[in-house]
Design a protein around this ligand. Sequence first.
Ligand SMILES: O=C(O)C(=O)C[C@]1(C(=O)O)C=C[C@@H](O)C=C1
Length: 263
Amino acid sequence: MQSHSYEVTTVWTGNTGSGTSGYRDYARSLEVRTPGRETLPGSSDPAFRGDPTRWNPELLLLAALGQCHLLSYLHACVEAGVVVTAYEDRAGGTMAEDGAGGGRFTEVVLRPHVTVAGPSMVEAATAAHVLAGERCFIAASVAFPVRHEPTVVAEDGPRATDAAAPAPAGLAQVRAEIDRIDARLVGLLARRQEQVRLAGTLKTDEAAVRAPDRQAAVLAAVRERALAAGLDTGVAEQVWRAMVAGFVDLELREHAARTSPGS
Ligand SMILES: O=C(O)C(=O)C[C@]1(C(=O)O)C=C[C@@H](O)C=C1
């Protein structure tokens, strides 16, 4: 498992001369610094004597969740073949005080408004928010629900009748694109094969190689992804069944070679 480390420096800049001699005697100003970035002016929420022109921790928490969802979402859209052309999120959060000096966020709602290149992408673009929500590292790290109220629209005008739109592609052009996609798929399958081979070396017998439960889990996951991406689930299932059968055969051949007498 890969891990990543982060560091920021937070410096209080609000000593007005007498330090924290009294609740009203100091400013809440601070600076958040990290090498190579602009310094972020921070403060507390104005409800707690903060400066309304600076970033408070509550806003930064919303900003972290909003950024993280945006970035996870764009990636999920690439995988789903969805072309996003604009994204704007208006996130809101509720923090409740507990009456004893503490408090906690009870909920954050993200309201991303997304524009995609064409009407055929709207459904998959809406579904991609679910995957993005699951993958967002920051949402996965907080102890309150992060809800999504997304809206997705397609860019104006039916593309095919758009005067500026390119002429419909001929069969040769379409086939050239299919060939390019196939070339990428072959590369991905070669990478998959490496991992499958590795898995095979970690298995002790034929039953473990066949692993029907794992095959069912792979198919179920692919079905969900296909639904989210707008890929026909029947096509996805046929392709994956055939592909996994091929890899099981490969693993069985290699397993037999490893365990045959004299090998
Ligand atoms: O996950 C594994 O154990 C694999 O070996 C990979 C794989 C696959 O191609 O997805 C191949 C053989 C198993 O029957 C199950 C799944």
